[in-house]
Design a protein around this ligand. Structure first.
Ligand code: HDE
Length: 686
């Protein structure tokens, strides 16, 4: 990894980059020192009393090195432990002045530095990237008014409505406490027991069983702030909003069989994909959008806007695209940046405020509290990645690992010794003041009646899916519930999701040999086409195409293909029988990046087979396996005329399969097939 993209050469450094530069240390070519800066003459042997004698206590270098090593690990995040991150920038398309006074949302010519961390939720830090799970999408904006964080997910709703249930939910989905299995999977008894007994989870479970929970790439998933927030403009007017991130490459998922294989073949699949895209200059981009609702329309919808299990259908309240985030720089050091970054939904700037969503309210406590354990004390805001680009001035002092050297003797307010500074600023001068919402009511522990509908939007989600997406949801239920040992829990889930869609759950019940769900066809008919990822953009850009190349290939054919793949902005990679140069019929040669043994079809988006047809049995066996797997996963395949013996006859006329005749014709078709990505109408099911 590293910042090999030479971003520094072609871009003026932003304020955050300059700040981070001050903490960077390059060890190359330097003398080895202790932590006190003492250059050592020896780093291989501990200090002993005689060659074969005991190690001496006085060996300060040994003690320092081992002690530091013993304390290298910090607690992983309780949730979202597995993740990766990158730097980037946010640019506004048009001023949002009408709605908010937030400084970074006023001027489209200003770029705001950001840091983004993507994550899975349930797995431990070393778990595989491609598991079925929600993905975290946390964004820190280093604005001129302080840090603003949007701590979002790739699914727009959540499993629970009140933060007090979060520990229960997380205990249920994490590995079971007696055995610590399964890792990074909801397919076990306690998760589904929780779902059955907490029916507000229905809507989010539908998303979690859908293709959204197995994204192909962090670059190809949406982000949602989930909660309703408030914008406040200069004149104090408030507008409710929900935030969206929409990937410029569209929303794409893996198929379930691929996810499981990739978890073994390349558990770092998603983090490597992100790093590679940035290193090759294919910067991930997401448009930032907001749904806006005037304050006086708070009660105009048929659900409560404070309920985090509800979306605002885009057809009813359109997403206004207001800007774009671009990720353009990988981290230099994973621990210092990705592991130590600390997000908090309560990091706000003037012009943005909360609502009373009871899930959000609880989060406002949790994030600081968790950093105290993870990052070892109250000074985590001083860690380079967490520092605001604005200098911090207040009367907070001391604590573990304090970095700031405050130089005055005044550390209290009010004072006259320092002319009563640091001083607060009135709201009209840019000081933050909370929105003065009027609140009244009895002190109660209860759920608002307006939060009691758990199934209408779960049904809308299912209604909005394409047939293929529906099938994937049904298959996911079948898989997950097959792993639930307790038959009573299975039945409870079948009955519960019968409220969402009878046909869906009838298929699951039949598969499991359970009783059919009671009830009738769903009474909820609403559809929101924006929910189907089939309706998002499809592009060939950055898709990885494996070119299986055999000896004696035709250079003309090869060059035509490479040229077309480059024009289509795909990422072609050559796969050989082994890693030796592959010779063409005209004596030229190509160097493969992979071999048929070390590469795997699940790691490519499309496969192209070129060569003379004169291949050895090993090549033949492995190349056939490649084609068959790619076929099973509905991905495009091109086989040149001379290699058709590798293709099973029944595959030949199937969608997304091209057999070469004239090179221009077949190349064009292959490129169109790549843009479509999956070809669901093949004569197979997996
Ligand atoms: Fe979080 N969540 N969460 N969460 N969350 C954490 O904070 C919590 C929730 C989200 O990449 C923790 O720093 C509570 C919703 C992301 O570093 C912790 C509740 C959403 C990340 C925590 C929620 C999120 C976290 C663990 C219920 C989407 C990863 C480590 C009220 C809107 C951030 C940490 C990163 C991380 C608490 C629910 C998103 C324990 C109590 C809803 C993306 O503080």
């Amino acid at each position: 990894m590293g910042n090999q993209n030479n971003n520094e050469n072609n871009q003026i450094k932003n304020a955050k980059e300059k700040q981070l530069d001050e903490f960077k240390v390059d060890n190359q070519g330097k003398n080895l020192t202790t932590n006190q800066g003492l250059t050592m003459s020896q780093d291989e042997f501990s200090l002993k009393a005689g060659d074969r004698g005991p190690t001496l206590m006085e060996d300060f270098h040994f003690r320092e090195k081992i002690t530091h090593f013993d304390h290298e690990r910090i607690p992983e995040r309780v949730v979202h432990a597995r993740g990766t991150g990158a730097h980037g920038e946010f640019q506004l398309y048009e001023s949002m002045k009408e709605y908010t006074k937030a400084g970074f949302l006023q001027d489209p010519s200003i770029k705001t530095p950001i840091f983004v961390r993507f994550s899975t939720v349930a797995g431990f830090r070393g778990s595989a990237d491609t598991v079925r799970d929600i993905r975290g999408f946390a964004v820190k904006f280093y604005t001129q008014e302080g840090n603003y964080d949007i701590v979002a997910n790739n699914i727009p709703v959540f499993f629970i409505q009140d933060a007090i249930k979060f520990p229960d939910f997380v205990h249920a989905v994490k590995p079971e406490p007696d055995t610590e299995v399964p890792q990074a999977s909801s397919a076990h008894d306690t998760f589904w027991d929780f779902v059955a007994n907490n029916q507000e989870s229905a809507h989010t479970v539908m998303w979690a069983m859908s293709d959204r929970a197995i994204p192909k790439s962090y670059r190809m998933m949406e982000g949602f702030g989930i909660h309703t927030f408030r914008f406040i403009n200069e004149s104090g007017k408030s507008t409710f909003f929900k935030v969206h991130f929409k990937p410029v490459l569209g929303v794409h998922s893996l198929v379930w069989d691929e996810t499981q294989k990739i978890a073994g073949k390349d558990p770092d699949f998603n983090r490597k994909d992100l790093q590679e895209a940035i290193n090759t200059g294919n910067y991930p981009e997401y448009e930032v959008g907001v749904q806006l609702l005037p304050e006086d329309k708070e009660f105009s919808l048929d659900f409560d806007i404070l309920d985090p299990t509800k979306i605002w259908p885009e057809e009813d309240i359109p997403v206004k695209i207001i800007g774009k985030i671009t990720l353009n720089k990988n981290v230099d050091n994973f621990f210092a940046e990705v592991e130590q970054v600390a997000f908090h939904p309560g990091h706000l700037v003037p012009g943005i405020d909360f609502t009373n969503d009871p899930l959000l309210q609880g989060r406002l406590f949790s994030y600081t509290d968790t950093q105290l354990t993870r990052l070892g004390g109250p000074n985590f805001h001083e860690i380079p990645i967490n520092r605001s680009v604005v200098t911090v001035h207040n009367n907070q002092r001391d604590g573990h690992s304090r970095q700031t050297i405050n130089t005055t003797n005044v550390s209290y307010h009010n004072n006259s010794l320092s002319n009563n500074t640091p001083k607060t600023l009135g709201e009209d001068q840019g000081g933050f003041a909370n929105y003065q919402e009027k609140v009244e009511g009895n002190i109660v522990r209860s759920r608002s009646k307006s939060f009691e509908d758990h199934f209408s939007q779960a049904a809308m989600f299912y209604n909005s899916m394409s047939n293929v997406e529906k099938k994937h949801i049904i298959d996911a239920f079948k898989f997950e519930l097959s792993k639930v040992n307790n038959k009573d829990i299975r039945q409870q889930i079948i009955d519960m999701f019968g409220n969402v869609n009878i046909d869906m759950m009838t298929q699951v019940a039949q598969y499991l040999g359970a009783n059919l769900p009671k009830g009738e066809a769903s009474k909820y008919n609403k559809v929101s086409p924006a929910l189907s990822q089939e309706n998002t953009i499809k592009k060939s850009d950055t898709l990885k195409v494996g070119i299986i190349l055999s000896e004696g290939y035709n250079l003309d054919e090869f060059n035509t293909m490479i040229k077309a793949l480059n024009v289509a902005k795909t990422m072609p990679e050559i796969i050989g029988c082994n890693l030796s140069p592959i010779k063409g019929s005209d004596g030229t040669s190509q160097l493969p990046k992979h071999s048929l043994l070390s590469a795997d079809p699940v790691l490519f988006d499309a496969i192209c087979v070129l060569g003379s047809g004169n291949v050895d049995p090993d090549f033949k066996m492995r190349a056939k396996m490649f084609i068959e797997e790619t076929y099973k996963h509905f991905k495009p395949i091109l086989v040149s005329q001379s290699m058709t013996m590798l293709l099973k006859p029944e595959m030949k006329d199937q969608p997304g399969v091209t057999v070469g005749d004239s090179k221009d014709k077949f190349t064009n078709k292959f490129i169109t097939d790549i843009s479509a990505h999956r070809h669901w109408d093949r004569n197979i099911t997996i």
